[in-house]
Structures are given as C-alpha cells and as structure tokens.
Design a protein around this ligand. Structure first.
Ligand SMILES: [Zn+2]
Length: 316
C-alpha cells in the first residue's frame, strides 16, 4: 500500500456562501464523512496544512490583488468582481489555507513523507489568475504548489493535469509563457461551458509555446473519449516533457450526474484517469502525484468518485 497524504483542515468549512451556491462547505463535509466511513482516512497519512509563506503566494499572485481580496473580505463584501464568486469575512484566510493545503501535499511528496497526496481543499483554484479571482476560485492552489516545488525543492519541470470539466483558464494564463510548467486540460468545449477558453489552438506563448495542451470535449462525451485523449494526446506529450512531479487539478464535475456541465464520465472513467496518471508518474517521475480538489457539485457522485480516486492512489 502506498502512503497517501490526506490534506484537510476544518477551517475550510468557514468559507460559506451568503446565498444558495453549488460550491459549499457541505461538499467537503460529505467527502470527509465518506472517506471516514469507508475507513480510507485511517489508511492515509494525515497532513495539517499551514498558511503559506508570503513569497510562495507572491510567486503566483500580485500583491495588489491580495490586498484587494483581503480588504473585500474585511469590509464584508458578498462577492468579488464576478457575481458567482462569493466572499465572507473568513474567505481570504481560507483561500490562503487552501493554497497552503496544496503546498502541504506537495511538501509531503517532495520530502518523501508520503508517496502521493490527496488535498481536500476549498475554495477551488484553477480559474484564479495572477490578479483575478473568478469561477468560485480566489487563489490558484495548484499554481502556488508548482511554484513552491520549483523554489524550495529544486524541481524544474512540473506537469499539471486538469480534468475538471471547466477549463482552468487561471492556471493556463499563469504559466502561458513558461516552458517549465506543462499545463494539460481536458474539459467541456468552451462554446458550451464556462469560462469560454481552452480551445485546441491555445498552446502557450513565447518560450511557453507547446507547454499548454487543451483537449475540449463535445457535450455528451464520456469515458471512451477521455480514455482516447489520455492515451493518444496526453501520454505522448508527457513522454516529450518528462516531468519531475505531477499535480492533478482534480475536479469531478465531468461526472454524468453533475448539474454544472454536460459530460458523461462515470466512476470508471475517474478510475481510469487516476490509474493512467499514476502509470505516467511511475514511468517519468518516481510515482510522485499530488492531487488537489477542484470542482464537483453532486454529492453522491462526488464522494463515490473520490473514494475510487483515493483507493487507486493507495494502490488497492
Ligand atoms: Zn469545474
């Protein structure tokens, strides 16, 4: 059995919506309950996240944006710029702790106290850009973890695999011109789904050209199409890039029961994707995988998919 870090903090529940909203603390309550009830948490390595160092956050986000976010929370603003991205007085600290969760998972894997990590964090991160929060995301958790690994653990090349059903426009933009962080995203086609980016011709810019790879899926696509993309498109790209560690933006909203999108992925699809990522990690980067929760808004499928995801990470 592999040692899998379980990264979670009760303060993640303090970021609460002021109105009816799909991204709620109940998501994490359900995940923690389910993994507890199935005995999986007992077989994981508990890791308590801490607030990240300023330098680690500032390696991704502008100081002005952080000040704006902190002030908005302190004032009691109900939303950031976008109406869909809510705030309360705790949100700034919870967002820092969410990024700190991704960092804690990365640290555990980089230092070898765990082979792999699952970070049950919120708010999610992949829509957040250098100076903007949107799409329920305030700080970009995987981006902070990627920069942390490069700055503090001598990692040069990081692969981010984003299988959330929405395109991670924030992550793409942060690393758009950076050849050292390869961003792969599979998502519902931008014509049909928020945030309206992630077309095939978006491949990075300047020195980063070729280090962004987008695979948009037509509505109705499911396990078979995802499998083809992982084997036919992702795998050859990973062979060329040769990452030293893999971060997963693990959203589970491509599931057929999710209310926010129109794809048809099942539990078995998420099992396949997890296995495939682990196989690539074993081949290229000593098995190092850090999975960071993004979306997933239907409790029953969210918890069953994460159970399978964690069982695969454990190597059962
Ligand atoms: Zn999503």
């Amino acid at each position: 059995m592999k040692r899998v870090a379980w990264v979670y903090h009760p303060d993640y529940l303090l970021h609460t919506p002021p109105f009816e909203h799909p991204e709620s603390p109940e998501r994490l309550v359900a995940i923690a309950d389910h993994l507890g009830r199935t005995g999986l948490i007992d077989r994981m390595v508990p890791v308590t996240p801490e607030y990240p160092e300023d330098a680690d956050i500032l390696s991704v986000h502008d100081r002005e944006y952080l000040n704006k976010l902190e002030n908005a929370c302190r004032r009691g603003d109900l939303t950031l710029d976008a109406e869909d991205t809510y705030l309360n007085r705790h949100s700034f600290n919870v967002a820092l702790l969410s990024a700190g969760g991704a960092v804690a998972g990365a640290k555990a894997v980089a230092e070898g106290t765990a082979d792999r990590a699952f970070c049950a964090v919120r708010p999610p991160g992949h829509h957040a850009g250098r100076d903007v929060g949107m799409g329920f995301c305030l700080l970009n958790n995987v981006a902070v973890a990627a920069r942390y690994l490069q700055a503090r653990h001598g990692v040069e090349k990081v692969l981010i695999i984003d299988w959330d059903v929405h395109h991670g426009n924030g992550t793409q933009n942060i690393f758009l011109e950076d050849p050292t962080v390869f961003y792969f995203s599979i998502h519902e086609h931008p014509t049909f789904l928020y945030p309206g980016t992630g077309r095939r011709w978006e491949i990075g810019k300047g020195k980063g050209e070729g280090a962004t790879l987008n695979v948009p899926m037509a509505p109705g696509a499911g396990d078979a199409e995802f499998r083809t993309a992982f084997e036919g498109t992702l795998e050859p790209a990973v062979e060329r890039f040769r990452p030293e560690i893999i971060l997963v933006s693990a959203g589970f909203d491509a599931h057929r029961d999710d209310p926010l999108a129109d794809l048809q992925v099942t539990e078995e699809g998420f099992r396949f994707m997890t296995r495939h990522v682990l196989k690539l990690a074993d081949r290229f980067c000593g098995g190092k995988v850090v999975s960071v929760l993004e979306g997933g808004y239907e409790t029953s499928s969210l918890t069953s998919c994460i159970e399978i995801h964690v069982r695969e990470l454990l190597g059962e």
